[in-house]
Unconditional design. Structure first.
Length: 380
């Protein structure tokens, strides 16, 4: 099939990685890259044009390149206005994941996309992890029985990203850290809920057969980031508002309990902290362990690999081998995500998530901030 003409907004860490994978997938043709700070030596794809004449130069890129698809990988605060411009130009949009900045922020974009007949593809890669997609198949085939409780989170030590070697908050050598560190001195809530929440919602049918009705969030004290700044010689008196650990409890209409943890300023190995528990068994994603009543040895964990292989999702049966070769950094999930997007645009497959999902997942950020500030449970 003809390649999908694509342009990219944002050439930071995430944008660069996506550009590489768009090329590896073989079904996209990147013709333009916009970033107001695009380096002169940026490795543009063959035939692509760089755009860097100020913050609005992506509009010139849209007009000149007439892309079918725009990938948005810019800092969080630019996502909505840039996506609105892309939808207004009649382009389909692949939208990188972020924390929610306000309630209802996607409403206007969703309406405009419907009016223009364009699609919005949330780029939530954890949905496309091999074990998570196998988990969806196991849930569909009732391996775990009726789902009762789920857990997930974003547990990723970001201190080195946020703090420079001399102790300054906002690492100039890591551009994402410059703008992202701002949230740690102005907010207190789950700043990045989607990585943990998205797979849980799909597994539990939230947004399809069930819905969230209540939320309560708690925040620990904030000392990890200040301690790290002090040890690097920075100003340890800096005001840090973001609690080191934020735990959010969500309850659904059907009585399913979800627990989310945001944990980015204390030392720990990276983890998405996944667990799913039902009436017939439990899966612990962090340790890749499973226990299925009547199949596993009595009260003994099993390695989940045989189950993942037995319940392999069709996407991974189709693209898994090439995904692991092209995308070792993220264990193939980014590659499978992009191939699923292309297959949807080409009418071959259905992309499993939509902008309404993204609006729900990101809304946990402002809801959690309000719950912590007011010390109460909120009703959706």
């Amino acid at each position: 099939m003809e390649k999908i003409t694509t342009v990219v907004i944002g050439a930071g860490y995430r944008g660069r990685r996506l550009i590489e994978l768009l090329g590896a997938a073989g079904c996209f043709r990147v013709t333009g890259v916009f970033d107001p700070a695009l380096p002169a030596d940026f490795p543009l794809p063959q035939g692509a044009v760089g755009y860097a004449r100020g913050a609005e130069d992506y509009r010139r890129m849209l007009a000149e390149q007439c892309p079918r698809l725009v990938v948005i990988a810019s800092p969080w605060q630019y996502h909505i206005p840039q996506a609105m411009a892309c939808a207004g130009a009649g382009c389909h949009i692949a939208l990188e994941i972020r924390g929610g900045l306000a309630l209802g922020e996607y409403d206007g974009l969703t309406r405009l996309a419907r009016e223009k007949g364009v699609r919005i593809y949330p780029l939530e890669n954890t949905v496309f992890m091999r074990e998570n997609m196998a988990l969806f198949e196991m849930v569909r085939q009732e391996v775990f029985g009726e789902i009762v409780a789920l857990r997930g989170g974003y547990r990723h030590d970001l201190r080195d990203l946020l703090v420079a070697d001399d102790g300054r908050l906002g690492n100039p050598h890591k551009p994402e850290g410059v703008w992202r560190s701002h949230f740690y001195t102005t907010e207190n809530g789950d700043l990045y809920p989607t990585h943990g929440l998205a797979p849980l919602c799909l597994a539990a049918g939230i947004g399809r057969t069930d819905r969230i009705v209540r939320l309560t969030s708690f925040a620990s004290k904030a000392c990890g980031l200040r301690d790290f700044i002090r040890r690097r010689g920075g100003d340890a008196s800096l005001t840090v508002t973001q609690g080191d650990i934020v735990v959010t409890q969500l309850e659904t209409e059907r009585g399913v309990l979800l627990t989310l943890t945001h944990d980015t300023t204390l030392p720990r190995p990276r983890s998405l902290d996944f667990e799913l528990q039902g009436t017939k068994g439990v899966w612990r994603g962090e340790f890749r362990k499973i226990y299925v009543e009547g199949r596993s040895p009595q009260e003994q964990w099993e390695d989940d690999t045989p189950y993942v292989q037995a319940y392999e999702h069709p996407f991974w049966r189709r693209w898994g081998e090439e995904a692991l070769q092209a995308d070792a950094h993220h264990q193939g999930m980014d590659y499978v995500m992009l191939r699923a997007l292309a297959a949807d645009l080409q009418g071959e497959e259905r992309y499993p998530i939509c902008p309404e999902d993204l609006a729900l997942w990101t809304s946990v950020s402002p809801w959690s901030k309000q719950s912590i500030a007011e010390r109460r449970t909120l009703t959706f």
